[in-house]
Design a binder for this molecule. Sequence first.
Ligand code: SAM
Length: 278
Amino acid sequence: MKLIKLRNELKKAYSQHGKDSADIDFIISELLGVSRTELLLIDEVSARQERNIRRYAKKRLKNSIPIDKLFKKSYFYGLEFFVNQNVLSPRQDSEILIDTAIKFIRESKCNTVLDLCTGSGCLAIAIKKNCAVNMTASDHSKSALKVARKNAKLLSADIKFILSDLFNKIEGRFDLIISNPPYIVRDEIETLDREVKYYDPLMALDGGSDGLDFYRRIALDAIDHLTDQGAIILEIGYNQKQDIISIFKNYELLEVVPDLNGIDRALVFKRSSVCWKN
Ligand SMILES: C[S@@+](CC[C@H](N)C(=O)[O-])C[C@H]1O[C@@H](n2cnc3c(N)ncnc32)[C@H](O)[C@@H]1O
């Protein structure tokens, strides 16, 4: 069959069902093992290739499987990560955390970094691949850590992984702590897209009754794990900035960082000199 005909037919079906028609190019290029630009050079696909392309396209359409979970691979910060149902699919919005972390690391004498709630390991690995730091990453999910370890191995990133309920098993202090913790309001999870609520683990989403449980716990304990000039970079939900700034009132707010859509997405705090725990 002519590839152009198949492509147009499937793209039309995706558009009619409100799905991004660009996914079709992703599916076809993955299955044919060519880049998106090389697709344009292909004239015909075999009957077997056509069947396969239709099968994957249908699977995504019918079950709303996110494209990265369909192929068990996700691209983040120019790197390819293995993903499965045990980890949050890396989000492009989180790349701003990496830019912010790299800037902080380059401008300060930063040697040690902790990625709390690492999931697939995408943040820790992206930083490690761009900066010469000692990297530690932790998560409370054994199965997520298995994925993170696999990614670190695949990408040759030397990272120490720790199974820990937030800071419980973390020892020592770090020049930088980054975290993208679960921050969705529990009652809102049911209203999320099927792709998120069925294919991202609940444990990666559930931020408690107001979405802020993890920030409260992090604010309480991070102080004991930051060096004197240490900073913490947090990803936040689109409407959480003021609440989180209040929760981190004992820290000094260094920066509010918007994402590519202009939504405040990351907050940078530093230890402040004010008196800590009474
Ligand atoms: C929003 S996901 C972030 C994953 C990854 N850092 C990213 O940005 O794609 C939150 C992660 O927090 C982990 N998590 C949930 N509860 C935790 C806890 N009590 N302690 C540590 N990690 C936890 C989840 O398993 C999940 O991997």
